[in-house]
Every structure is written in C-alpha cells, then in structure tokens.
Design a protein around this ligand. Structure first.
Ligand SMILES: [Zn+2]
Ligand SMILES: [Zn+2]
Length: 289
C-alpha cells in the first residue's frame, strides 16, 4: 500500500511553476517600464530599509545582546542627532537615485533599448548563477577602485569625507554619502555589471537585494555573520585599510589590514610610515576641514 511520493515542496518545479505563473501574470498586467521601476523601488525598500530597521532597533529592543555584539565601544557610537542627519541624507540620496532610474527608464522606452531583460520567461538557473558571479566580481573591482580614487587628497575632503563622518558606522550610514559618491561608488558598481550582461530583471533584483543586505551588514557595527562587518568597520575607524568589499583586491594591492601591519612591523616604524602618499594625503584632507 505504502508508496514513496516526493512531497510537492521538494520539487524545484513546485517552486518555479508558481513563481513563473505569478511573473507571467505581472508581465500581462503592467508595462516592462513600470515593472522595472516599481520592482527596483520595492527591492530597495525591503532589502535596505528592512535590515536598517532590524539592526538599528537592536539597541532599544535588546540592549544587552546589542552591547555584546557591537564591534566598537559605546562612547564611539553616533548620537541621536547624527542618526537623524544620516536619515535625511540617505532619503535625499534615495530620491536622487530613484529619479535617475526613472529618467533612464524613460530614455530606454524612447530608444527601445532597455538595460535589463524584462520579459515573461524566468531566467534559467545557470544564467542566474553565471550573472551573479560575474556581477559580484566586477562590482568588487568597480567599488574598490572608485573608493580608492575617492580617498585621493583632492577628492576626499570634498566628497568622501562625508561618508567617513561615522567612524563607528551604523547600518543607515551605508548610504550616508555625497550624491556623487552615491552614484559613482554605490549605484554604478551594482548596476553596470548586470547591464553589461543584459541580465534578466529578476537576476538584477536578486543581486541588488544581496548587495543591499551586504552593505547594511558591513556598516551595521555588529559582529554578525562571522564578523562580516569587521573589514569595512576597520576602514571607517582607521581610513587607510580595506577599500574593497570581499577582500580580494585589498589582498592584491596590499591594503589588507594584516599585510599593512606586517609591513609596518618589518620596517619597525609607526602606523603612519606604513601608508602610501595617497592614503596619508587622504588623512591630511580629512583633518584639514
Ligand atoms: Zn562605508
Ligand atoms: Zn573610504
């Protein structure tokens, strides 16, 4: 009598079929431009503001737990007014990015050439994986070099110094930046790679969701997810190390914290002796205002 049936929830088709039907229904109901604009905004609302709300409420809801996991001590944490200022800057940046996205979509409807593929079919799994790996690696390069350029003494005081106001960052500070930095270092490194591949809009949303959770986590100030925030938190605290997100280019260029410490030790010098002209200048710029 008894027979083994694969439970429906175990079958990949059981997941992809309803998703495919819901996606096809959405495509029938709205224009590709509306889907791209509204969907991107929804992803931003859920995956940026969601983690921000969770991380930033920990202090009030679970103070002991929060204190145990904070990377930097309480006296270094931002004040309430600094957080309110952060909120207003982040809102302005999001309005700018949303307006720019709307403009780009409008232009693409005129030219008939969209940056992403918005059609009724679901992207194949191998294509999603390929696009995500490529986008992750190219984003690292674009972010590392644009971030490093922003530390140039001529640019740092005018642009990137704003982002470094939070030496002990909080999740919301991920987008506390000059509008130029918001576009060059935050938006373009995430949007250019999937656009080069003409990725499916769903793949772009998955990538964007991951990057938003990643950036809020590395700015959260907490040691969660195997201390994922450690490198970027140190960048905010010390300025001169860990320019990248995943560490590969920091290792390659010697801006990895441990490599720099080893170099300084070998030279027997102080911390300042281990930094390059460009980095030292950035600190000078930071102090000049
Ligand atoms: Zn940062
Ligand atoms: Zn920086």
């Amino acid at each position: 009598m008894s027979s083994f049936h694969t439970p429906p929830y175990m079958s990949p088709l059981a997941i992809t079929e309803p998703v495919g039907r819901a996606w096809a229904h959405t495509m029938e109901s709205y224009s590709p431009a509306t889907i791209e604009f509204a969907g991107t905004l929804i992803v931003q609302l859920i995956f940026f503001w969601g983690p921000c709300a969770i991380y930033m409420s920990l202090d009030a809801l679970f103070p002991k737990f929060s204190e145990r996991h904070k990377i930097q001590p309480a006296p270094k944490q931002p004040t309430r007014s600094e957080i309110l200022d952060c909120l207003s800057v982040v809102l302005k940046n999001q309005i700018i990015s949303t307006a720019l996205h709307g403009l780009l979509i409008y232009i693409s409807t005129l030219t008939g050439k969209g940056a992403f593929r918005v059609d009724a079919s679901l992207p194949p799994v191998h294509e999603i994986v390929r696009d995500l790996i490529f986008s992750l690696l190219l984003r690292e390069a674009l972010f590392y070099y644009s971030h490093r350029i922003l530390h140039h003494p001529r640019l740092y005081p005018k642009i990137h110094k704003i982002h470094h106001r939070f030496t002990a960052p909080v999740a919301l500070a991920a987008q506390y930046a000059h509008p130029i930095e918001q576009i060059v270092a935050n938006i373009l490194p995430i949007t250019i790679p999937p656009q080069l591949l003409n990725s499916h809009i769903l793949t772009f949303w998955i990538f964007m969701a991951y990057e938003l959770v990643e950036t809020t986590t590395v700015h959260s100030g907490y040691d969660f997810f195997l201390n994922a925030a450690k490198m970027h938190d140190l960048h905010h605290e010390k300025f001169l190390i860990y320019f990248g997100a995943i560490g590969v280019l920091d290792w390659f260029h010697g801006t990895d914290g441990s490599k720099m410490a080893a170099k300084r030790k070998a030279k027997g010098g102080s911390a300042a002796k281990g930094v390059s002209q460009e980095q030292a200048g950035a600190v000078k710029g930071e102090k000049s205002e």
